[in-house]
Design a protein around this ligand. Structure first.
Ligand SMILES: Nc1ncnc2c1ncn2[C@@H]1O[C@H](COP(=O)(O)OP(=O)(O)OP(=O)(O)O)[C@@H](O)[C@H]1O
Ligand SMILES: [Mg+2]
Length: 499
């Protein structure tokens, strides 16, 4: 029979749908045709595969070769199907045996020499193949990424010749080496470097515990960027499945996953000149943007008002839903985007409004226009706002005081306090629904009266009401997880609404 089928996987968002490569050899004019909605890069596989087969000392069939990539409606691009196509052609011509092809998937681009090149999106493909109980052969360039998926049946190859040798039973293929044990201490900047800034440190700890979005505002050089960069170091470590989700986004973006640090939460800090597409994702072949690369981690927007207003507005929807749908012509891809936003800004264009030691040069009108660049709906989604004021110079040079705790100490408290929220709702407090909020943020009658009066006095919106309660819940969790919120929790939460 001159028909053979091999298996591979396409890339669609962070999904990896199966693709069947059907190869048929028939009489008629020699030539090769690839059908099944291939994009340009896949059509070019025709030439790559022919030369690679010839350079691997096999014969390219001198017949009519039809390659069908099914399902046809699934868009396909890149060189990821090269290996599966080459093996299909060789199997259809009887040059390699078919037995092992049925329960094995193949990923990899071919060089003209027959060497295998790495492809993007290997991680999601492996997760799907593992669920189906299938073995996967991947190029050596993807071995480190493949090693992250525990219990996956993965073999690593350098060339087409090796894979053919393995199919014939003439040789074994390599295994991916195990990843180093996940370590998270000692990576990235540590909170011990920050002097003073007790209120900002406290806000950072609350943000880490509840997963709340945070806005740091203050004059230049007070340590806002420094503090923000230290948030990932105090967040609870990623679980294995969270880490795999985050790495899957990196993988489909074609970026290398660092096997040493793959359990650390991502920290993405796009520059303020970034376009909306760079931020949320897009392109002819939809690629994830910064908000998806920050999935399960931190998105840091430094100099918030300098970002284009429409760029910031596209953040509103994923901030609520935790994912983003990128539509381009006929294609639509969904990427996860459960990120924690940390933003930093100066209070005015010159940066010194409110600074006791510098006079501000800005007119009230300039200050107002500067702040208006950030839309109200975006600010409304930020739970914690904190003023970062100047630390006295003497304190900067002094040795660390007892208040200058390191990241590991703070993280231990965060992990413990977050446990209360996970036990109650299974999620950090920033993500609980309004109904769960009513259930979990019970107030006694006196506290309720006090809280209502305080909100009235501060003129806060209904959304701000819920956000303040969520923060108060997190503060109570840090305070031992009491079921009833008391006035100190509420009062502290209200101090973070002044922005
Ligand atoms: N609280 C602090 N403890 C230790 N060093 C600090 C502190 N604040 C500022 N510094 C020093 O000042 C430098 C600048 O801090 P950073 O970049 O975080 O300021 P910033 O608030 O982000 O300023 P800008 O508004 O200009 O962006 C830091 O690299 C650090 O050396
Ligand atoms: Mg800064």
């Amino acid at each position: 029979m001159s028909l053979a089928v091999t298996l591979s996987r396409a890339q669609e968002g962070v999904a990896a749908p199966q693709v069947m490569v059907e190869v048929h050899l028939s009489g008629g004019l020699p030539g090769t045709n690839i059908v099944g909605l291939p994009e340009a890069a896949v059509r070019e596989a025709r030439d790559r595969v022919r030369v690679a087969i010839q350079n691997t000392s096999f014969e390219y069939p001198n017949r009519k070769v039809t390659v069908n990539l099914a399902p046809a409606e699934l868009p396909k691009d890149g060189g990821r199907f090269d290996l599966a196509i080459a093996l299909g052609i060789l199997a259809a011509g009887g040059q390699v045996p078919r037995e092992k092809l049925d329960d094995c998937e193949f990923l990899g681009e071919l060089a003209l020499s027959g060497a295998l090149r790495g492809v993007s999106g290997v991680l999601p493909a492996l997760l799907r193949a593992r669920a189906r109980g299938r073995r996967v052969v991947v190029p050596r360039a993807n071995a480190a990424e493949a090693a992250l998926v525990s219990d996956a049946d993965v073999l690593v190859a350098d060339t087409l010749a090796e894979v053919c040798g393995w199919l014939r039973g003439a040789q074994d293929l390599g295994l991916p080496t195990d990843p180093p044990p996940p370590g998270i201490d000692g990576i990235g900047p540590d909170l011990a470097d920050v002097r003073g800034q007790l209120q900002a440190r406290r806000a950072l700890e609350i943000a880490a515990t509840g997963g709340h979005h945070l806005l740091l505002s203050g004059p230049p050089g007070t340590g806002k960027t420094m503090l923000a960069e230290r948030l990932p170091g105090i967040l609870p470590p990623l679980t294995e499945s969270e880490a795999l989700e985050t790495c899957a986004v990196l993988s489909v973006a074609g970026q290398t996953v660092d096997p040493q640090h793959w359990r650390r939460r991502p920290f993405r800090a796009p520059h303020h000149t970034a376009s909306a597409v760079a931020l949320v994702g897009g392109g002819a072949v939809p690629r994830p943007g910064e908000i998806s690369l920050a999935h399960n981690g931190v998105l840091f927007l430094d100099e918030l008002p300098e970002f284009g207003r429409h760029v910031l507005d596209v953040l509103r929807e994923p901030m609520e839903s935790g994912h983003i749908v990128v539509s381009r012509a006929a294609r639509q891809s969904t990427f996860p985007a459960q990120f924690q936003l940390v933003a930093a800004m100066n209070p005015c264009p010159c940066g010194y409004a409110g600074d006791p030691r510098h006079s501000c040069q800005c007119t009230p009108d300039q200050v107002q226009r500067y702040r208006a660049r950030i839309s109200g709906p975006l600010l409304d989604r930020i739970d914690l706002g904190v003023q970062v004021l100047r630390v006295p110079l003497g304190e900067l040079g002094a040795p660390p005081s007892v208040h200058d705790e390191d990241s590991a100490t703070v993280r231990a408290r965060v992990v413990k306090a977050r446990q209360h929220a996970l036990m109650r709702a299974g999620r950090p407090n920033a993500e609980i629904s309004t109904r769960e909020l009513e259930r979990d943020c019970a107030l006694g009658p006196a506290e309720r009266r006090w809280f209502d009066a305080a909100l009235e006095r501060l003129g806060l919106s209904a959304r701000a009401y819920h956000r303040t309660l969520r923060v108060a819940r997190t503060i109570a969790d840090l305070d031992g997880g009491a079921a009833l919120l008391d006035r100190t929790h509420l009062a502290e939460a209200l101090t973070y609404r002044r922005f």
